[in-house]
Design a protein. Structure first.
Length: 566
């Protein structure tokens, strides 16, 4: 036996001010608040014991009101499960000319009446409204029409508010992206910048923690560069193998990962949780790439909302990861430029010191001796005989010649004009000629007959490296012979500088290079790197008479970088 709505219920149905309350919901700006208020009004209007609204948003919203009996909630949850899956998988439309389908069932045992009606935005289904009416209730035509109006009105209002929420969220994200972009061009403090980026990521994605791990190629490990959340202190500079866990999977495959049940995922590693005491429940991870090169992974953990991470979160993380990768690369380039600047300053300082020492040991002493000789000559001029005077003048002339030769050698080493006018081979020949005049070891020189047509920058670097190597021989090798050879070997122009004197410990020199103490070799390596050449040094202090071999391999043939002006 069915039960008609009571007079009070009939009165509430016809109560126009109460119905108008539904349309006042448009003033709401919070979707959950609006849905909850609308559900309470609807259940009150229709005298329902309880009600539930399912709405397609990001994330999917499910609002309930009233006291549900177990047998009623079971049916409603089944309805909403099917409807929720269909909403997420397809676009569900009901033509405007078709009547709105309303499902009504009466439970056998309790006689409760369950109603389910789709919520519409125009013709698109965006959710459902489920109501539990008291036992024996029966819908008349007016109630049927009212539920239809409510379903259409709620669908429209909820869709408008959801769109507004989405627009506000996108506006906030754009503001965040702008702030991150501004930070990229205003700071090179990579630690603070990445920490702020992780704070933004956890806030926007509604996660409990976030981390950036960078690849250490030498050790094949991932290093926690920066972390935000409860485990940040425990993770500082923590390392894991590069092929381990979900982060390792992202590195190997270069693809994002969502694991909303992380501990059940076969890719998940428990190592970090064991060390930090952090309980990882869900993970989203994206690769960090710059110019197609993988440099690390960004992870966010433990989504607060029950729906877990989704593709919208991955899209947002991918953008943040791209910005973070740019920041890391910029900071690395900045540090590299700063190191190169400091190295150049130190090299210049060393050159200034060497020039000062050379001037003091050579031309300065000669000039002092000349000055003393002139004083002595002046004293002799009043009493000495012509022969003594001639001898003194001859001695002074020798000093002047030595000074001239010393200054000429210095000028050649600093800037050999012949290098620009006649090329590398001619400059080397002239340099060898000078060495044979001034040094007490034998100098041997061989050269290729092929023209060496590198541009001025490459030519100057090659000559400077050869000079530096020979200077090291003069100072430290105590050699009897020195060889300089220029040759073309397949795809390289090879410059070899060799001696048979005292060698040195390469490992010790490499340690000094880390401390920026072996500036001569450091300068040679930096010049070689600047022209994309390979510098090889072989030496053994224990092998008597084998000395040191410095070999410079420059790509061949030379690339013509000159420009023709028409």
């Amino acid at each position: 036996m069915t039960k008609q709505l009571s007079p009070q219920q009939q009165l509430s149905v016809s109560n126009q001010p109460v119905i108008d309350d539904l349309f006042d919901l448009t003033a709401s700006r919070d979707l959950d608040v609006m849905l909850g208020k609308a559900l309470r009004i609807t259940t009150r209007i229709l005298g329902a014991e309880a009600g539930s609204i399912l709405f397609k948003a990001h994330p999917l919203r499910n609002i309930q009101s009233g006291a549900f009996r177990p047998e009623a909630i079971k049916h409603i949850e089944q309805w909403e499960k099917v409807i929720g899956q269909r909403l997420q998988q397809t676009n569900w439309n009901i033509p405007g000319s078709a009547p709105l389908p309303i499902s009504i069932i009466s439970l056998t045992n309790t006689k409760l009446v369950l109603i389910n009606v789709p919520l519409l935005q125009d013709t698109k289904v965006v959710g459902s409204l489920s109501l539990v009416l008291s036992p024996g209730s029966q819908l008349g035509l007016s109630q049927h029409n009212l539920i239809t109006r409510i379903a259409k009105g709620l669908g429209q209002i909820a869709s408008l508010i959801a769109d507004l929420e989405l627009a506000n969220r996108r506006l906030h994200e754009i503001s965040v992206f702008y702030d991150v972009g501004q930070a990229l061009v205003t700071t090179f403090d990579i630690g603070n910048l990445l920490l702020e980026t992780m704070e933004l990521a956890t806030s926007l994605i509604d996660a409990g923690a976030a981390s950036i791990m960078l690849i250490d190629e030498a050790r094949k490990e991932l290093v926690f560069k920066v972390s935000h959340g409860n485990r940040k202190n425990a993770l500082r500079q923590h390392r894991i193998p590069m092929d381990e866990g979900i982060a390792g999977w992202v590195i190997r495959h270069g693809k994002p990962v969502i694991a909303n049940d992380a501990r059940a995922d076969t890719r998940f590693s428990h190592r970090v949780d064991v060390r930090t005491g952090f309980l990882t429940q869900s993970i989203a991870a994206v690769p960090l790439e710059i110019k197609g090169r993988m440099i690390g992974v960004m992870e966010v953990l433990n989504k607060y909302s029950g729906s877990g991470f989704d593709q919208e979160d991955i899209k947002l993380m991918t953008f943040i990861a791209a910005q973070a990768a740019i920041a890391i690369e910029n900071a690395r380039l900045y540090d590299q430029l700063r190191e190169e600047r400091d190295s150049m300053i130190q090299v210049q300082e060393n050159m200034r010191r060497e020039l000062t020492e050379t001037l003091q040991d050579g031309p300065a002493q000669f000039l002092s001796a000349i000055n003393m000789g002139l004083d002595h000559l002046e004293r002799l001029s009043t009493s000495a005989n012509p022969e003594v005077m001639q001898n003194q003048i001859g001695a002074l002339r020798n000093l002047v010649n030595q000074t001239t030769r010393s200054v000429h050698d210095m000028l050649f080493e600093l800037h050999p004009v012949i290098l620009q006018t006649e090329g590398l081979v001619a400059a080397c020949e002239q340099y060898i000629t000078q060495l044979r005049k001034t040094e007490n070891f034998s100098v041997h020189f061989t050269s290729t007959e092929q023209p060496i047509n590198y541009n001025a920058e490459v030519t100057a670097a090659i000559f400077a490296i050869a000079q530096e190597a020979i200077t090291n021989i003069k100072r430290h090798a105590n050699t009897k012979n020195m060889w300089l050879a220029l040759e073309v070997n397949r795809n390289h122009f090879v410059v070899t500088i060799k001696d048979d004197g005292q060698g040195f410990d390469i490992r010790q020199i490499n340690n000094l290079l880390k401390q920026k103490a072996a500036y001569g070799i450091l300068n040679m390596r930096e010049r070689a790197a600047a022209i994309s050449a390979d510098l090889q040094i072989e030496s053994n202090p224990k092998a008597s008479g084998q000395g040191t071999t410095v070999r410079l391999l420059v790509p061949w043939p030379p690339v013509n970088t000159s420009r023709t002006v028409e």
